[in-house]
Design a protein around this ligand. Structure first.
Ligand SMILES: [Zn+2]
Length: 210
């Protein structure tokens, strides 16, 4: 059972078409949204977001009072570096991604050790679900807390605006599939934690025609 969850860093995009920006040029560094989920006997961090290990540890402490040693497992949604380059402070944790995602990251062996391939079920009440479109191997995290179904979408949903428009980001590999995945998340979740924005209520974010 999930007892609480906290957003550690609220992400942003390098360029955002819903802010009137062109897809062709990066205007700022991208941060992803990083979230911690806690159950009775586990602490799971999703998508460690900050490249500087000290900054990652500091943000975790600032938002939860936890040290990196308290994290039992890190789950990575997909292979894009901005979703895992903050993994290094979590030396005591399992480093998990579903098989194909772990393989893609481990090809370059960017860290002191490889990520381990995991199946869909991570902890009691916390499951990875396949959410293709942004990348084909992309997996989001589904859990229930306080009677609300929460999907930590990763880049299956970039921001609240991309969700409302059912739109993939410019670098998505399959836009139709990305739109179908967003639609499916809309039917599953009460609350969505997007890859590069604060969390939002699905009920308060109706479909917007693009
Ligand atoms: Zn991505």
């Amino acid at each position: 059972m999930i007892t609480r969850w906290d957003v550690i860093t609220i992400g942003n995009l390098s360029r955002n078409r819903y802010w009137g920006e062109t897809d062709g040029r990066a205007l700022r560094d991208a941060w992803c949204t990083c979230t911690v989920i806690r159950g009775d006997d586990f602490c799971l961090l999703v998508d460690p977001s900050l490249k500087d290990p000290e900054a990652m540890a500091r943000e975790l402490g600032r938002r939860t009072g936890l040290t990196p040693e308290a994290v039992d497992a890190v789950f990575v949604t997909h292979h894009h570096p901005d979703h895992h380059w903050g993994i290094e402070p979590f030396t005591k944790a399992e480093w998990w991604a579903v098989g194909e995602v772990a393989d893609l990251i481990n090809e370059d062996l960017p860290y002191v050790r490889p990520l381990d391939a995991t199946e869909g079920h991570l902890f009691e009440g916390a499951d990875a679900i396949h959410t293709p479109g942004h990348t084909m191997e992309h997996h989001s995290l589904l859990f229930e807390c306080d009677g609300q179904k929460v999907v930590i979408a990763g880049d299956a949903v970039m921001t609240r605006d991309f969700f409302a428009h059912r739109k993939g980001y410019f670098n998505s590999v399959d836009f139709d599939l990305a739109a179908q995945t967003i639609e499916r998340i809309a039917t599953i979740a009460h609350v969505v934690v997007p890859g590069h924005d604060n969390y939002f209520s699905v009920k308060l974010t109706p479909f917007a025609e693009a």
